[in-house]
Design a protein around this ligand. Structure first.
Ligand SMILES: Cc1cc2nc3c(=O)[nH]c(=O)nc-3n(C[C@H](O)[C@H](O)[C@H](O)COP(=O)(O)OP(=O)(O)OC[C@H]3O[C@@H](n4cnc5c(N)ncnc54)[C@H](O)[C@@H]3O)c2cc1C
Length: 406
């Protein structure tokens, strides 16, 4: 593993950093104010985002996650996961940035899934406009009725009727389904109940405007609604789609989703490391600027140790994540399971601790929305559950460790 970035990654880092300073960070307050001024926060995406996307694409800062050069997007540089990692970290410093550069969840995972498993028609209809940033998408896996961290529990039913498929399911926490640009959901359902548990499920492409699809409510995270994308409860009642809307073969759903989540988990970890870096920078600034008992906070007992702990923990987490990215590049998703589980277990917990310390140093200011800390904490905490709870990754890691020492 090489710690020195290649010349093209150094160049992209410089250009991405400059774009963030010049355009993305200055738009953050404007976008928040625009959303606050709307009678319906879900009705339209902020126009500032579409403008930033056009600009990022024109500057060649687009689809940087795409590992395959030239095939799906002639402009995309085709970086490895290890090369993309520091760029994803920079994007993690702003909640707007991943979308601005077309590197946002859940679209990236869905594009990756369609790229690897979609038919030619599915790629034309859904992958092409997703790569162009013209539409958005969601992944509907989790169900309120069952423990969904174990995907073999998923009960939503897909049944055949002639050359069509009928879907009945109740899903929730479907990220992105509140967005008016979200045109398709990839829905996991049980298609073959008689098969072994990991061969029962399939992934179905469901257009948002198909009769029987209804978005019931938004689920805020500690009060943050993440509009206009949101995390929605979505019901599917006798939704009928042609049989060619299945992605991959019936029974492959479980394996496809597991594979899809591997790079996404690495990206999410890098975004969180960027967020933690930003929290530490804010904590340092505040510790210098704020004085109690006649001297800056930075000179009070305990503060330096908190800053040092945060620095050590961020760097440890980054090394774990870079190793996961490198293993994914060199050995593939199955071999990288151990490294990805370690990163996914360590990074959100690290980000929670680092952001929590930064909040404490800020006093009550850290709890309101005058700094990005409260929103960042809510997101880091959510990622101890989203894409699999900590315990699931710990259990997998423990099993691999036992097998290794057999
Ligand atoms: C912000 C956010 C966005 C999300 N986006 C999406 C999305 O786009 N699409 C989607 O389908 N889902 C999404 N989710 C849902 C998320 O993936 C699930 O909540 C998660 O997988 C856990 O499933 P569950 O809530 O059913 O918890 P359960 O499966 O009911 O688990 C509950 C608890 O049991 C414990 N547990 C679980 N497994 C083990 C184990 N092996 N050993 C010991 N203890 C264990 C853990 O403490 C866990 O938190 C999102 C969630 C959040 C918070």
């Amino acid at each position: 593993m090489d710690f020195a970035p290649s010349p093209r990654v150094s160049d992209l880092r410089r250009r991405l950093g400059a774009f963030m300073e010049a355009h993305v960070h200055p738009a953050e307050d404007e976008v928040a104010r625009w959303l606050e001024s709307r009678p319906d926060r879900w009705a339209a995406p902020p126009p500032q985002i579409e403008e930033l996307k056009r600009r990022a694409r024109a500057e060649g800062l687009w689809n940087l996650w795409l590992t395959e050069p030239g095939v799906y997007d002639a402009q995309a540089p085709g970086l490895t996961h290890l090369e993309f990692a520091p760029l994803a970290e920079i994007m993690g410093r702003s909640p707007l940035a991943p979308e601005v550069f077309n590197c946002a969840a859940p679209d990236v995972g869905n594009m990756e899934l369609l790229r690897c498993h979609g038919s030619a028609e599915q790629k034309v209809r859904w992958l092409t406009p997703l790569l162009a940033g013209e539409i958005r998408s969601g992944l509907a896996l989790t169900e309120p009725a069952v423990a969904s961290s174990d995907a073999t529990n998923i009960e939503g039913r897909i049944e055949r009727l002639g050359d069509h498929l009928i879907l009945n399911a109740r899903k929730w926490w479907v990220t992105g389904a509140g967005d008016p640009r979200c045109r398709v959901l990839l829905v996991m359902g049980r298609i073959d109940p008689a098969a072994p548990p990991r061969r029962q499920h399939a992934i179905l492409l469901v257009p948002m405007d198909a009769p029987g699809v209804s978005v019931r409510r938004a689920l805020p995270v500690f009060g943050f609604d993440h509009a206009p994308q949101g995390h929605m409860e979505v019901h599917f009642e006798n939704v009928r789609v042609p049989a060619d809307h299945l992605v991959g073969a019936p029974g492959e759903g479980f394996g496809i989703v597991r594979e899809r989540l591997a790079p996404v988990r690495v990206h999410q970890c890098m975004h969180l490391i960027g967020m933690a870096e930003q929290a530490l920078a804010l904590a340092c600034r505040r510790a210098r600027a704020r004085a109690v008992l006649g001297k800056p906070l930075a000179d009070q007992g305990g503060v330096l140790e908190r800053l040092a702990d945060s620095r050590v923990e961020i760097d440890q987490a980054r090394l774990l994540t870079l190793r996961a990215a490198w293993t994914l590049d060199t050995q593939g998703a199955t071999e990288a399971r151990r490294e990805i589980a370690m990163a996914k277990l360590a990074v959100p917990a690290m980000a929670c601790r680092v952001i929590d310390r930064a909040i404490q140093i800020h006093g009550s200011l850290g709890l309101c929305e005058d700094t990005p800390l409260a929103r960042a904490y809510a997101w880091a905490r959510a990622l101890r559950l989203a894409d699999g709870p900590d315990e699931m990754h710990a259990a997998q890691l423990g099993r691999l460790e036992l097998a290794h020492h057999q």
